[in-house]
Design a protein around this ligand. Structure first.
Ligand SMILES: CC(C)(COP(=O)(O)OP(=O)(O)OC[C@H]1O[C@@H](n2cnc3c(N)ncnc32)[C@H](O)[C@@H]1OP(=O)(O)O)[C@@H](O)C(=O)NCCC(=O)NCCS
Length: 175
């Protein structure tokens, strides 16, 4: 196992197949429809709209040249400094190996460096997502709201949030 953890890099067109495969491998956590939606984000990620004020940001995690995880995030429109985590997925063969943690730590650093102060994550209350919720809780995301029966009857939306520590010193008093 690589001691140094996965290598993180930007998205590349050649990632289409491995990302599709790792989303697929995470069924039934991801439905067919979710896989399709995530792939639509991928397509926008590799061909960004020129001057898009809210582009998708991607990070890909690689181990020995193999794509083992990715994440997609972006600013939340009409907010100041709030970001949404849209997708995170790790290949099931590599779950629990800290790939997800490394990805999230880099997302947080990147968001903070771009002036972001709050990251919001939406997930499901379904049993298949128990591990996912434990993952966010371990990474100090706070469960801030539950919308009952949001996705469908018996499938709640669970909202997690993390306020990032300011990266710059606070303004001097009387400034
Ligand atoms: C959720 C997911 C991204 C986590 O990635 P991961 O690489 O498996 O998680 P990590 O190994 O980085 O775990 C980080 C911490 O979360 C906790 N955690 C992760 N999986 C856990 C599990 N199955 N049970 C309990 N805690 C767990 C661990 O305590 C771990 O702590 P540590 O770093 O101190 O060991 C991954 O499991 C996944 O792709 N799941 C399916 C897709 C999904 O649910 N995506 C999110 C959609 S909202």
């Amino acid at each position: 196992l690589p001691k140094s953890g996965p290598k993180l890099r930007p998205l590349e067109p050649k990632d289409r197949e491995p990302i599709h495969a790792l989303l697929h491998a995470n069924k039934p956590v991801f439905s067919e429809e979710e896989v399709r939606t995530a792939m639509e984000c991928f397509e926008q990620g590799i061909v960004p709209v020129p001057n898009d004020p809210d582009p998708y940001h991607f990070l890909v995690a690689e181990e020995s040249g193999r794509v083992v995880g990715f994440t997609c995030y972006g600013t939340t429109p009409l907010t100041q400094g709030t970001w949404d985590l849209y997708w995170i997925a790790v290949h099931p063969e590599r779950h629990g190996a800290r790939v997800g943690r490394v990805l999230m730590e880099k997302v947080e650093a990147d968001v903070a460096s771009r002036g972001g102060r709050l990251i919001v994550v939406e997930t499901s209350g379904r049993d298949e997502y128990t591990k996912t919720r434990l993952f966010y809780e371990k990474l100090k995301y706070e469960r801030i709201a539950v919308i009952k029966d949001f996705y469908k009857q018996g499938d709640d939306k669970v909202l997690y949030a993390k306020y990032l520590a300011p990266t710059e010193p606070p303004p001097a008093p009387h400034a």
